[in-house]
Ligand binder design. Sequence first.
Ligand SMILES: Cc1cc2nc3c(=O)[nH]c(=O)nc-3n(C[C@H](O)[C@H](O)[C@H](O)COP(=O)(O)OP(=O)(O)OC[C@H]3O[C@@H](n4cnc5c(N)ncnc54)[C@H](O)[C@@H]3O)c2cc1C
Length: 449
Amino acid sequence: MSARRVVVVGGGVAGLATAMYVQKLAPDAEVTVLESQPRAGGNVRTLTIDGCTIDVGPDAIVNRPESGVALCREVGLGDELIAPDEGSRGVLLAKGDRLVPMPAGMAYGIPRSLTQLATTELLSWRGKLRAGLDLFIPAEHDDTLSAGALVERRLGKEAKDALVEPLVGGIYAGDIDKLDPKIAIPMFAELKGSWIRALARAPKSSGESPFRAPRLGMIRLVEALVERVGKERVQLASHVEHLELRGDVIRVHRAGSEPLEADQVVLALPPKAAAFALAPLSVGLAESLRAIRTTSSATVVMAFPREACDWPKASGVLVPRSAGGVIVAATLIAEKWPVRVREGLMVLRAFVGGDRSPQALDLSDQGLLDAVLGELRRYLPLPEPSWTHLHRFFDATPQPEVGHTRRVKEAREGARALGRIHLVGAAYDGPGITGCARGALATAQAIAE
Ligand SMILES: Cc1cc2nc3c(=O)[nH]c(=O)nc-3n(C[C@H](O)[C@H](O)[C@H](O)COP(=O)(O)OP(=O)(O)OC[C@H]3O[C@@H](n4cnc5c(N)ncnc54)[C@H](O)[C@@H]3O)c2cc1C
């Protein structure tokens, strides 16, 4: 495979990271990144408001596996990485009108021991007894079950709804009853026998947070990637319409410019955009990419005078689907990342919408702010906000539904068979920045070989 002219379509973290790793592993490659927006970064958006650094998109990189943090180090951000504040590591779960601390050490909301199960406030006795049956239920061999169905079989519906759904549904802004267990709850999906027993035997976590982020927000990762790839190689406001094959050459058609010729093309795009670009080459491939569903969400940021906020210490709040509202989760930014918030302020961001309440995205800005404030007041004493900010992310979160791994494998093989076209990013390598970084490195290795 010739790696000489490599065009990366999409200037989010996945595209920029792939471009950087290709340059590293194939130094003779000429790499160009085409990004349709006038800014790079995709979902990554860091704002400075009223002396505070606010990530409205991703705000933390999980460091297990290491790929996301390794990407930061690779581009020189090692010294800028910080962990969430020690004093506010815990997460609160909404139960009725109360916020209850999530017991430490649970994995995806699954209890680590029978004692933890017996003592949690989050389940009724009936729910606890049902979850305890996990010790006796034989292993499940039906790989058509969703994550939700699998959790329900082992631990019962109450534990699924109260403990696991808020976390897993929150990560994907999705529906646990549709997600693929191999991706949504990977450490449990293939376990033989009791999940609680397996967790009890697993090594205890050191207590260190698994999350890291650049001190000045996630945009530092984008800036460092653009710098490393070379500003002149990242063409902004360059919208790719479709690809065309001419012999061994791939022609990348852009709106308003001449086609660019490439030997290899990386599509680091949301699945619908990738389907659009590939449609003239393969209707079947475009169809299977379109079948990867995405959800939309909004981030609502609110700041309050600190002295008026008598809140429990925690980095965030998870709200179960059963609460019936629009909020999926909230980050207490002033507690999680105190260095990013100016003194005297309490700042939080709420995630709204997803599969939980897609109709929330249709509300006016004021309607959405009112809905979020009203819901938060069920759980926290809140004065009127000093300021607010709202951002809508349309179709930004791909849903790895049952059969996703097979679908992605087939799509990738189909794209490569068409002629050195690679698919990378959250839809194929997710979830999150860590998945994008891992996919970027693997794609660059394939190109360099
Ligand atoms: C609200 C929110 C919070 C999140 N929180 C976290 C978190 O805390 N931690 C974490 O790890 N992950 C988090 N994620 C997920 C994370 O943001 C994504 O996994 C990651 O940013 C995806 O990167 P990507 O490069 O694959 O896609 P994107 O960021 O979507 O980038 C794709 C790029 O392609 C461009 N593009 C689209 N069509 C074309 C075209 N035709 N031509 C050229 N360019 C095009 C787009 O403009 C965009 O810049 C969050 C996501 C959201 C929405």
